[in-house]
Design a protein around this ligand. Structure first.
Ligand SMILES: [Zn+2]
Length: 139
């Protein structure tokens, strides 16, 4: 399998794997269905590690902001409905909130950036293991 760095899109020999989360799995399943899967293994190379981590942080920050914003709007909408005694408007309020939530998910996906595993890829681990095994046998 060819390893491709997600930041620079360059082929690399080794790198940090990205976390297999729901979005990654969904995108992969989607690409396989459409037969446009490249079959590449996505990694982040040493050179681009800091950049990938920064982008992930930015993504997480924007999700937190969006969640906070929608929560505040939800609370205000419900409080206003209670204060004005307009409970018949609640279904409309919830429909609006549902749309806002949906918009939030879509916006998050546009900004989506995968997380990078902090562990090294298995091949490097095996190397480490064999080194420590060698050390043990020496004792
Ligand atoms: Zn790179």
């Amino acid at each position: 399998m060819v390893k491709v760095c997600i930041v620079g899109k360059e082929q690399v020999k080794s790198g940090y794997p990205i976390k297999e989360d729901a979005v990654i799995k969904l995108v992969r399943a989607f690409k396989e269905k459409l037969k446009i899967s490249t079959g590449n293994e996505l990694v982040v190379c040493e050179k681009h590690l800091e950049e990938a981590k920064k982008k992930r942080k930015e993504f997480e920050g924007s999700v937190i902001k969006l969640v906070a914003l929608v929560s505040v709007i939800a609370v205000i909408a419900i409080v206003l409905a209670i204060l004005n005694n307009t409970f018949n408007l609640l279904p409309a309020t919830f429909a609006l909130l549902f749309l806002l939530g949906l918009l939030m998910v879509v916006l998050s996906l546009f900004k989506y950036y995968p997380a990078v595993e902090d562990r090294l890829e298995p091949t490097s681990k095996e190397v480490k293991k064999s080194i420590s095994a060698r050390k043990k046998s020496r004792r």
